[in-house]
Write a protein that binds this ligand. Sequence first.
Ligand code: ZN
Length: 443
Amino acid sequence: MKSAVVEGGAGSAPCAPSREADIGDKIYQLVKDIFPFCRSVAGEGVRETLRRLKQEIDLVIREVPSGTEVYDWTIPREWTVRDAFIRNASGDKVLDFRACNLHVLNHSAPIHARMPLRELRDHIFTLPDQPDRIPYRKSAYAQSWGFCMAHRQLMALPDGDYEAVIDSSLEDGSLSYGEYLHVGASDEEVLLSSHICHPSLANDNCSGLALLTLLARHLAGQRTRYSYRFIFAPGTIGALAWLARNEANTKRIRHGLVVSCVGDGGGPTYKKSRRGSAFIDRAAGHVLRHASPGSAILDFSPYGYDERQFCSPGFNLPVGLFQRSLFGTFLEYHTSADNLDFVQPEHLASSYSMIQAILCVIENNFTPVGTLLKGERQLGRHGLYVGGDGSPATQSANMAMLWTLNLADGNHTLLDIAERADMPFAELLSVARRLQAHGLLEP
Ligand code: ZN
């Protein structure tokens, strides 16, 4: 994969590659740390996760009481699960929540009953097509109880009576979300959001949470043009709760990305905002096209992650979705195979660098103006001609200068020029800076 990241100057922090060469390992380590927590839409699992993220950045943890009305939704009760298992007549556990938290229907009501297998089966979810994997299922808004297990394991259970125990409670409390603001030169904001409601699934979405947390840490202390608002909230209801509390602030959002499933080797995939032609759509499309031949740029659809809320018609924010493999398209999606082997440091690192490259475009796009527009510049005279060896690298370096100078008429932004020249924005940015330094472009 071609890297589209260059050294940035002052005021362009997202362009400066992270000096941490092992950023992929660091993101992976954080994924590993938060993977075991039993998150749900509301409860201690989310808080434990937020507390871990708070060790990296100065995260503000906010609470919204159960029962609060949020547009057409109501904040649910908190879910606590202490233990869950199914025991056979001999007293052996044939399913144990302690081995894998996906074994319990997420947000399940409590149960303690003895029943025949044929009755219990109605409350057990499996994946017949992937018989060795445990599915992830949730029931946050309808009160029901259930277990999830590998289909093969269910098929192997002999008939008879079983003891089903889910020691859980659903009580009034609050929904928690985390918010972090990096203050830039302007109060115009870039919104970066990841959902935090899935239990032990590594790609969906420990990867997004960990990547954004370390990106926020990288930005801390750096000078940026925009302010950056990071939101870690339970899917749908958490994003809606944030929107309901921050309606006035949404006016400041100029660009945004929802980030999920960024640790697998697929894609990259970018789903456009509802507007379809927002600047973020152009910037992300540009970066992905140059980052990988396998990239997919999709039009907006009202299904997916929290871009659905940010792009609902009453907000219609310029927020797109960045992923590697598109949700729902990989076999590991919402199963026990979305584990710590499925996500890899190298993929986390390349996702991180692509997101940085998108932010680099947002931070640094400007309209260059040449200091002499009549006739082509004699590059050699200004010490800018890059040899004549005819190699692709020198040809490309010269073409980047020629394109930038030719279109620096005050009517084209640097992104316009990059698209017209079919060259990565970051390459043209370093060229434009050199041309400025040599007095060929206005400062
Ligand atoms: Zn999901």
